[in-house]
Design a protein around this ligand. Structure first.
Ligand SMILES: CC(C)(COP(=O)(O)OP(=O)(O)OC[C@H]1O[C@@H](n2cnc3c(N)ncnc32)[C@H](O)[C@@H]1OP(=O)(O)O)[C@@H](O)C(=O)NCCC(=O)NCCS
Length: 158
């Protein structure tokens, strides 16, 4: 697997992966209506481009196909972490997370935070994160449960 920094040419693939990941991997924890509100079937690529241009994004590729991506801020907030449904539970998110952690730690960032879906909570717990609070967020008129979580990088890496 190859992991690299994303470019503006990756936006379409990132959004396609995001949409497939939400609709297939998160389906056991959210209703179809919630999934569509979270990941609309006709996503706004321009809005995505604008959002991604303000963040750091790494993409994972296998045989030239994108299999996952992680997006984070310089101060340690993980905004997006998504794996392709066909590559689930093969360590894709772990590798993306590990490289992100190393980069942040090298830049002096020791505290990480994220808002994890019900689906992603066990992943972050496996990396030493704790739930700070349960939240309900509104997306396109639907309410979705998620968890604000925090991790300490030094102890995660130990
Ligand atoms: C959450 C997500 C990113 C995990 O990606 P992944 O590449 O499958 O994760 P990994 O293979 O690196 O998993 C590492 C460990 O995390 C834990 N884990 C990951 N997914 C899990 C799940 N669904 N249930 C329980 N534990 C899980 C396990 O401990 C796993 O290790 P194991 O497979 O050896 O048991 C992926 O399931 C996903 O994209 N989900 C849908 C979208 C989503 O909710 N994204 C996050 C938004 S905040």
């Amino acid at each position: 697997m190859n992991i690299r920094t994303s470019t503006s040419r990756d936006v379409e693939s990132i959004v396609a992966l995001f949409t497939a990941s939400v609709h297939l991997l998160a389906a056991r924890n959210y209703t179809p209506e919630q999934l569509t509100a979270w990941a609309p079937k006709s996503p706004d690529l321009e809005q995505w481009s604008t959002k991604l241009s303000t963040l750091e994004t790494l993409v994972a590729e296998f045989d030239g196909t994108m299999v996952g991506f992680i997006t984070y801020t310089d101060n340690g907030h993980i905004v997006f972490l998504y794996t392709s449904p066909t590559f689930s539970r093969k360590g894709v998110a772990s590798q993306l997370y590990e490289i992100t952690s190393r980069v942040l730690l090298a830049n002096g960032v020791c505290s990480l935070s994220t808002e994890a879906s019900i689906e992603a909570r066990p992943f972050f717990e496996s990396k030493g994160f704790n739930v700070v609070e349960e939240q309900v967020v509104e997306r396109n008129g639907m309410l979705l449960k998620r968890f604000a979580m925090a991790g300490v990088l030094a102890s995660v890496e130990a």
